[in-house]
Write a protein that binds this ligand. Structure first.
Ligand SMILES: [Zn+2]
Length: 108
């Protein structure tokens, strides 16, 4: 992902509106690009900071942002896990079907 695309997606990221593929690329880019990580931090500060000011809640940018990113990473892993489980289940169903078919053919 390019830096330009990254900065354009920050708002969507903070609003939890990125679809899986984009979210994955987005999170990868943070790890490899310091400038964008900084940019995200600033936008998060503004985005969350304003909201917290209204509610009067305390705010620790680095900690809260790290938690938000962890949550997004977990969500991504969870979705990938479901996908793999679904594929595995399909393979097992097919295998079971073939075995049953094999047994039926054998005894005919
Ligand atoms: Zn970048």
């Amino acid at each position: 992902m390019e830096c330009k695309e990254f900065t354009g997606l920050i708002q969507d990221f903070l609003n939890d509106r990125l679809e899986e593929t984009k979210l994955s690329e987005f999170l990868d880019h943070i790890d490899e690009c310091e400038n964008c990580a900084d940019e995200l931090r600033i936008q998060y500060l503004i985005y969350e900071g304003l909201e917290r000011l209204e509610t009067g809640a305390t705010f620790d940018v680095d900690k809260d942002l790290a938690e938000w990113m962890d949550e997004q990473r977990r969500k991504l892993r969870y979705r990938n896990g479901i996908k793999k489980a679904a594929i595995a289940a399909e393979i097992m169903t097919t295998a079971a079907f073939l075995i049953v078919l094999g047994i039926v053919m054998f005894y005919q």
